[in-house]
Design a protein around this ligand. Structure first.
Ligand SMILES: Cc1ncc(COP(=O)(O)O)c(C=O)c1O
Length: 386
């Protein structure tokens, strides 16, 4: 079959997902219930956390981690500007102030020593991101937060399946939030999971995730349940439905296979592209196991006559779907205006942003599709060589 284009993303659902969702519909219980609980148990055991709480997004999960830890107005949380809106939104929702540090130019992640320079007596937590699924240097962050008696929460939206020095992401800091959004390594359509080793924090998160009701619907409508409930706090509507969890349960069953396919696709991209001078491959480190959520290619712009945007246009002409991860927050209107962010304070993030292209990347990507993308990239690099 002749390849004439490759989409940015394609789902890998099969008959089992359809059967499991159908089973949920037929069961008569589609909102949060036993399937959401089962997914919590599976993810908890998989990442080696003490507690896991299903939520309807990673954004909600991060908000709950901060809120349930008592973070609010007057507090500061150190984070990265090189991320999706969610990381900062979660901090801003609590009334706390996000404080940004520049990234490591090669990894696109923030480092503990750069974060350390931003700490002061108002700092209550650090919220870094494992960009693309490349684990942060967690041991350095753990030593830092221990010495300062603050919390380490990680935005693990990209990092389900990743590990650092033999420990799964989700089991290392004070709390992690995973995303099960449509394109994520494990999906429930929309959804997420919070993991933590603190029982008290877990209990509070569970409560806040469903209006802080003393009893969820699952318990109220169960046999012998009572209609009566009490609102114990100001809560949120952040629960994960059983409809969504059913997708996640099947995805979890085949998760090792999905991850292996991502790893194989990444290896093929690297093998095909690594010898092209104008390109820089994503960083892989011996101390960690990459989750390979995204394949972020970097351009060495000095070797090319065209910029990143023009490069993407050339890929589009050959029907190759791409994206850019991420447009840093210091280039976004709201953050420039309200948080006074200026690109000159983040030289690494600013430079990296102008070089990145996220290539088509998903478990069902065929070898022939990868080869097509690589051939097109090679031709562009050859034609546009400076
Ligand atoms: C780095 C990062 N954090 C958080 C999120 C938010 O995830 P969700 O859509 O599950 O809230 C995303 C979404 O893609 C992301 O890329």
């Amino acid at each position: 079959m002749k390849i004439t284009g490759v989409p940015f993303y394609r789902q890998s659902f099969g008959r089992k997902e359809i059967a499991e969702v159908t089973d949920t519909i037929k069961s008569g219980w589609i909102t949060t219930g036993k399937k959401a609980r089962l997914l919590e148990e599976k993810i908890c055991a998989y990442v080696g956390a003490r507690q896991a709480m299903a939520v309807n997004s990673c954004t909600a999960g991060m908000h709950l981690l901060l809120k349930a830890s008592g973070i609010g107005p007057g507090d500061e949380v150190v984070t990265t500007p090189y991320t999706f809106a969610s990381t900062s939104e979660a901090i801003l929702y609590t009334g706390a102030k996000p404080v940004y540090c520049d990234i490591n130019y090669d990894s696109l992640n923030i480092e503990a020593d750069t974060a350390a320079a931003k700490l002061n007596r108002r700092t209550k937590a650090i919220l870094p991101v494992h960009i693309a699924g490349l684990p942060l240097h967690m041991d350095r962050f753990v030593s830092l937060v221990r010495s300062k008696k603050i919390k380490l929460f990680d935005d693990a939206a990209h990092a389900i399946g990743a590990s650092y020095k033999g420990k799964m992401i989700g089991s290392i800091g004070d709390g992690s939030a995973f995303s099960f959004y449509a394109t994520k390594n494990l999906t429930t359509g929309e959804g997420g999971m919070v993991t933590t080793r603190h029982a008290g924090l877990a209990k509070k998160i569970k409560l806040l995730s469903l209006h802080a009701m003393s009893k969820g619907a699952w318990k109220r409508y169960a046999k012998g349940g009572s209609w009566r409930y009490d609102l114990l706090d100001l809560g949120y509507k952040y629960n994960l439905s059983d409809m969504a969890a059913s997708l996640g349960l099947v995805q979890f069953e085949k998760f090792d296979k999905l991850q292996a396919a991502r790893k194989k696709a990444a290896a093929r991209y690297i093998k095909n592209l690594q010898d092209i001078d104008a390109l820089k491959m994503p960083l892989v480190e011996d101390c960690s196991d990459h989750a390979w959520h995204l394949f972020i290619l970097r351009l060495r712009l000095k070797q090319l006559k065209i910029n990143r945007d023009h490069f993407i246009d050339e890929l589009n002409k050959r029907n190759i779907g791409t994206s850019v991860h991420f447009i840093p927050l210091f280039l976004q209107s709201y953050y420039r205006k309200n948080l006074n962010l200026n690109r000159r304070d983040f030289p690494n993030a600013d430079k990296a942003f102008r070089e990145v292209i996220t290539l088509p990347f998903f478990p069902d990507l065929k070898n022939a599709e990868i080869d097509y993308v690589c051939e097109v990239i090679e031709t562009i690099c050859r034609k546009q060589k400076r």
